[in-house]
Design a protein around this ligand. Structure first.
Ligand code: ZN
Length: 100
């Protein structure tokens, strides 16, 4: 009887692109000071990826006051994940209504 060598296959499922704000443990997580929920702040670049929209749109939301944001000393802008999620929901409701 021949014993088959057992091959160990590791399957890594990367979930970091999935909606749901998960910060890398090693990255400095900034908590939003403007909402009681203590939402984590994410970079505008990442917010644009999550929303599948342009950074320009994110900045427009910031200007409208729809998103909590914070500007870092190095010029990077972070947006609040909680307000971003709320804005996205509004957007999905609106596009859903248009599709019908
Ligand atoms: Zn906030």
């Amino acid at each position: 009887m021949i014993s088959m060598p057992t091959k160990k296959t590791e399957i890594q499922i990367e979930t970091h692109e999935v909606w749901g704000i998960r910060q890398q443990p090693d990255s400095a997580s900034v908590v939003c000071g403007d909402c009681q929920a203590g939402g984590l702040m994410i970079p505008v670049e990442k917010a644009a990826v999550v929303c599948q929209c342009s950074r320009r749109l994110i900045y427009r939301w910031i200007e409208k006051g729809a998103l909590h944001f914070r500007e870092l000393p190095d010029g990077a802008v972070l947006v609040c994940g909680v307000t971003l999620a709320a804005k996205l929901e509004q957007l999905e409701d609106a596009t859903g209504a248009l599709a019908r």
